[in-house]
Design a protein around this ligand. Structure first.
Ligand code: C2E
Ligand code: CA
Ligand code: CA
Length: 797
């Protein structure tokens, strides 16, 4: 059972740990999920922002390339080369027709066709040839503004890849840069120039962003090269430069093509806008960097961050989780708590169960199991030489426990047991191991040296614990106890045997009249063995009819000088053992009582006596009843059946009971006695004066007679007190309308004393010994004269 509880605890703990781990796992998972989700949204937003930034940047770059490409017709043109290489200024200072052609075909055409608000023709070294504004020739004011940017673009256009169209190869050109500036040194100009599939020179180009009066503009430079005759490029080419404002039309196109409806430009000189840009990191933007690396402004738009839409689509799941999570949390907590409590309760229960298994519930003292474990251990310690001396086992039994139980109730009985336990704990040395074996039985264990003398010392200590009365239910109750003591390993090395020997000693103490202790001796054991043998033999004796009944006359005296008459007989059991000879009932009746034979023996006796006496002359027939018989549940029915079967008149029968029977379960016994009286039986209280002799018994039941115990009579001649008590009992009997029988009267002196005291009946060897039925029957003859009675001798003395 204990193992089972421990297994349940272990499994409970395991479950608790698993539940805890699961619970923590769910929490960790949830946190991880939320973090991962948030991270994924951020990454998605980041990726989307980067995508948009790349798209916008590429759009700007492509716009520049588109602008340059749209000028391809102008940039790859023999005719243009021819015009450019012709004299452009008349000696008088006015433009030549060649220049006017350039005005028309380049300046005006670019403005009208490509919305180029400014355009320039410049030499390779950046020298201005002609400037146009909105399609018309212009001064060099704007050019000077853009001079630096144009220079950088010219250099950039010479980098690999800065080619319009699809170049397939390069040709080496070696041309003389005449230089447009007056007095500028002629430079040798050698370069690898790309050619397209048709063998034409492919124009070089470059583009970028610049700040103009209109804001930000796209600026492109493109080389003007021959489309058919490469030889025409005898000098470094002339470059056509155009600017085009990054105006609402381009912005509009960007919005449409990139699906960014709120895309717009922000200038650096717009402080509110730039602050907004830097503060709102969610707003997407790319910087517009000028050719010289300066920030010209930003293109910004509100990013199409997919986070919210992901959030929206995932929200049902999230909401489910958000709702579920607390449920899981609460549920988990409840399960965890329940499990924890269960486990704790199990642990507590197991501890309690362990305690209960070894302790007595009422007193909290160790119980029999615990005591035996301890006794075992102590004897083992003695055997192995680990401990010196003997282990003393003192078996204690309260003498009047049943009386307290019956007169004051079971609660009082329980209270007495508790107080006795407390008294033993308080009074005996602290090293004593005190246990309760149930009922009113206590057992003390003590280790010590000294054998029998220590045993006696322990016995006296235990007797003294009962010196003071106990306060039970408002009454001061004096209680005595009996005790039997044995000690091992001197008397036995076996715990069970040692306890049995203490029990035998206790039995002897009770037999000797209670309120005393007895130390175990070997002859007690021999007596015990004999008892066991007798038990087996008695069983056989009942079956084999070895038992018989003797009758002892009881003489009644009507008055002071009455002669005395035999008014009845007491039936006494006799066992004539084939080998052991006659065995006294004092010897075998207790054996029958202890061995469970008393009912059978008692029934045999009653049946025999009822049968035998049925036809006798009128006289009282006394029969002894054992407490065991009276206590048997069906005794009344049994005796009623016997009456019917034998036809005996119950009014002739006197049933003798001892007061011991009233000590134990008196309520039930009184009820049985009442029923027996109703049937016509008379009841005698036997052996009065030998034990407790409580006068309260005499009040509880109307006895027909009391029989004063023969041990009381034996010293009546010498003991004056005994005489006084005898007189008191006799007068008490008279006043309670009970006959008083003096038993065991052997001498005439005793007879004189008891008669003088007022006992109306005498049973004793002085008159008659117990005798067979055949011998007693003639004495009962009513016609028989009194003179034959030995009482005459008494009289004559
Ligand atoms: P008891 O009931 O007190 O019986 C009287 C005992 O005193 C008898 O002993 C009797 O022989 C003895 N006695 C009578 N007069 C004298 C005397 O002057 N001097 C001496 N020394 N003894 C005398 P017995 O027959 O040996 O019976 C002993 C006890 O055995 C009885 O004591 C009774 O308690 C028990 N007993 C006998 N027969 C039965 C029975 O049938 N049923 C039960 N339950 N107990 C019985
Ligand atoms: Ca008797
Ligand atoms: Ca008696």
């Amino acid at each position: 059972m204990q193992f089972d509880a421990e297994r349940r605890i272990a499994s409970g703990l395991r479950t608790a740990w698993i539940a805890l781990a699961t619970f923590l796992g769910v929490i960790a998972l949830s946190v991880a999920l939320v973090v991962a989700f948030e991270h994924a949204i951020r990454i998605a937003d980041d990726l989307s922002r980067k995508d948009e930034q790349q798209l916008v940047a590429r759009f700007v770059a492509r716009s520049l390339e588109t602008q340059a490409s749209s000028e391809l017709g102008l940039l790859s043109w023999d005719e243009a080369i021819r015009h450019i290489q012709s004299p452009l200024w008349r000696p008088g200072g006015g433009p030549t027709s060649e220049m006017l052609w350039l005005d028309r075909e380049f300046g005006h055409y670019a403005w009208a066709t490509y919305n180029a608000d400014r355009s320039f023709l410049v030499q390779s070294d950046g020298t201005l040839i002609r400037a146009w504004a909105n399609g018309r020739p212009d001064g060099d004011g704007a050019y000077r503004q853009l001079n630096g940017a144009i220079g950088q673009l010219l250099a950039r256009s010479m980098r690999p890849g800065q080619v319009l169209g699809v170049p397939v190869a390069t040709v080496r050109l070696g041309v003389q840069n005449a230089g447009a500036r007056p007095g500028a040194p002629a430079e040798s100009w050698k370069v690898a120039w790309p050619i397209d599939r048709a063998g034409s020179l492919a124009p070089r180009w470059a583009g970028g962003l610049v700040r103009t009066d209109h804001g930000v503009s796209l600026i492109t430079v493109g080389s003007v090269v021959p489309d058919h005759d490469p030889a025409m490029l005898s000098r470094a080419p002339v470059w056509f430069v155009t600017t085009q404002p990054l105006d609402p039309r381009i912005i509009l196109r960007m919005r449409r093509e990139l699906l960014l409806p709120d895309l717009g430009l922000t200038m650096p000189d717009d402080p509110a806008a730039s602050a907004k840009v830097s503060a709102h990191t969610t707003t997407n933007m790319i910087p517009l960097t000028g050719i010289n690396g300066a920030a010209l402004g930003w293109i910004r738009w509100s990013g199409k961050s997919p986070g919210p839409s992901i959030l929206r689509s995932a929200s049902p799941m999230l909401w489910t989780w958000i709702v579920l999570f607390p449920c899981v949390l609460i549920g988990g907590t409840i399960v965890l708590r329940a499990n924890w409590h269960t486990t704790r309760a199990l642990v507590a229960n197991a501890a309690q169960a362990r305690h209960n298994a070894l302790h007595d519930a009422m007193t909290g003292l160790p119980n029999r199991v615990h005591y035996m474990q301890r006794l075992h251990a102590e004897l083992a310690a003695s055997a192995s030489g680990q401990a010196r001396g003997d282990v003393f086992v003192s078996y204690i039994d309260l003498d009047a426990f049943k009386l307290v139980n019956d007169t004051l109730g079971h609660h009082a009985g329980d209270e007495l047991v508790r107080q006795v336990a407390l008294r033993l704990i308080e009074t005996l040395p602290s090293g004593d191991f005190i246990a309760r074996f149930g009922g009113d039985e206590f057992v003390v264990l003590r280790r010590g040296e000294g054998g029998r003398s220590l045993a006696s010392q322990i016995g006296m200590q235990i007797m003294r614990t009962m010196d003071e009365p106990f306060a039970i239910a408002g009454n001061a109750i004096s209680v005595t106890c009996s005790c039997g003591i044995s000690w091992g390993p001197a008397q036995s090395e076996d715990p069970g045997e040692l306890l049995r020997r203490a029990d035998i000693a206790l039995y002897r103490a009770k037999q000797r009249g209670r309120a005393r202790y007895r130390c175990f001796t070997r002859d007690m054991d021999a007596g015990m063995k004999l008892r066991l043998e007798l038990e087996t033999e008695l069983r056989r004796a009942i079956a084999r009819n070895e038992l018989s009944v003797a009758y002892q006359p009881i003489v009644s005296f009507a008055g002071e000088d009455s002669k005395g008459t035999i008014t009845g007989v007491e039936a006494l059991l006799r066992w004539n053992h084939p080998e052991r000879g006659a065995i006294r009932p004092d010897m075998f009746v207790p054996v029958a009582e202890q061995g469970g034979l008393m009912i059978a023996l008692g029934n045999w006796m009653l049946a025999h006596v009822f049968n035998e006496c049925a036809g006798w002359p009128p006289c009282d027939i006394s029969v002894n009843l054992s407490p065991i018989q009276l206590m048997a549940r069906n005794f009344v029915t049994t005796i009623a059946d016997l009456v019917t079967a034998t036809g005996v008149d119950p009014h002739r029968i006197v049933l003798e009971i001892t007061e011991g029977v009233l000590l134990d379960r008196s309520d039930h016994v009184l009820q049985v006695l009442g029923q027996l009286a109703e049937m016509g039986f008379r009841i005698a209280l036997d052996d009065f004066g030998s034990g407790y002799s409580s006068l309260s018994y005499l009040r509880q039941f109307q006895f027909e007679r009391i029989k004063i115990d023969r041990s009381f009579i034996s010293n009546i001649e010498t003991d004056a007190d005994a005489q006084a008590i005898l007189c008191a009992i006799a007068s008490l009997g008279r006043s309670l309308r009970m006959k008083v029988v003096a038993e065991g009267v052997e001498t005439e002196a005793q007879g004189a004393v008891v008669r003088a005291a007022g006992c109306g009946m005498i049973q004793g060897f002085l008159y008659w010994r117990p005798m067979s039925a055949a011998a007693v029957l003639p004495l009962l003859d009513p016609a028989r004269p009194m003179e034959t009675l030995p009482v005459r001798a008494l009289r004559s003395a």
